[in-house]
Design a protein around this ligand. Structure first.
Ligand SMILES: O=C(O)[C@H](O)[C@@H](O)[C@H](O)[C@H](O)COP(=O)(O)O
Length: 232
């Protein structure tokens, strides 16, 4: 694991962009495609500001979601909807490059359908992402994997439904640890004093929390601004 401490949010955004650019170009040169998993929350803002600066072949990108809320795409709560409105117009990405959840169905059906869509995208039942871009909630959750939730122990489903998310909205689908920890690279991007206690509990105390359980076979980076790194 590599912890990268930077001064402020702007530096988190630029560091996240530069790591993503390098990883994307490496994946494209080696395998002809770049599979990336996007998170919601503040990561959306970081990426919508940072990704348009990248020097990359956007046509080779396949974009999926580390988790997604089971809401209509035009809802404020839709993670894809937010990227659609705030990222796509600033790049040459096309909507079709995003692996999105089925609309108008239950979380269970959306998770099952998403698994099929990812199988098609990867042409394999092994979803080996080149990069997962992760946030961490103030309770230490990541994706839609929350402290004490049974999904922390889900080892067979690759994409799981959740209907009791403590972070609204309650209905979501989420990647599970078998997929998360098979990624070539995982990057957490964390800012703000509100996360400082949890960052310490995870990075210094190694408390068993959902974000601590992200231990990919590949590389793990935590990009943290000075406010969130205050107790390290
Ligand atoms: O859909 C979501 O809610 C996100 O995918 C979620 O996992 C997010 O990354 C964390 O909740 C952190 O969110 P903040 O960075 O906004 O605190």
């Amino acid at each position: 694991m590599t912890v990268i401490k930077v001064a402020d949010e702007n530096e988190v955004i630029s560091k996240l962009a530069s790591y993503t650019e390098k990883i994307s170009n490496d994946a494209i040169s080696k395998r002809g495609k770049f599979f990336i998993g996007l998170s919601g929350g503040s990561v959306v803002k970081f990426l919508c500001e940072g990704l348009p600066t990248l020097n990359t072949d956007w046509s080779k990108w396949v974009l999926a979601f580390c988790d997604e809320r089971v809401v209509p795409e035009d809802s404020e709560d839709s993670t894809f909807g937010t990227y659609k409105r705030n990222l796509i117009p600033k790049t040459s990405l096309k909507e079709e490059q995003f692996v999105t959840i089925k609309q108008g169905v239950s979380a269970e059906e959306a998770a099952s359908d998403y698994t099929k869509k990812l199988t098609a995208a990867f042409s394999s039942t092994n979803f080996t992402f080149d990069l997962l871009l992760l946030g961490m909630g103030p309770d230490g959750h990541t994706c839609s994997l929350f402290p004490g939730h049974p999904l922390l122990n889900e080892m067979s489903l690759k994409v799981a439904p959740i209907t009791d998310s403590p972070k609204p909205p309650p209905e979501r689908v989420t990647l599970t640890y078998p997929v998360i920890n098979s990624a070539r690279n995982c990057i957490f991007a964390i800012t703000g004093a509100g996360k400082a206690d949890m960052v310490k509990r995870i990075l210094k105390d190694q408390e068993d929390l959902p974000s601590t359980r992200v231990k990919p076979e590949g590389s793990l980076y935590w990009i943290v601004d000075s406010a969130a790194a205050a107790h390290l």
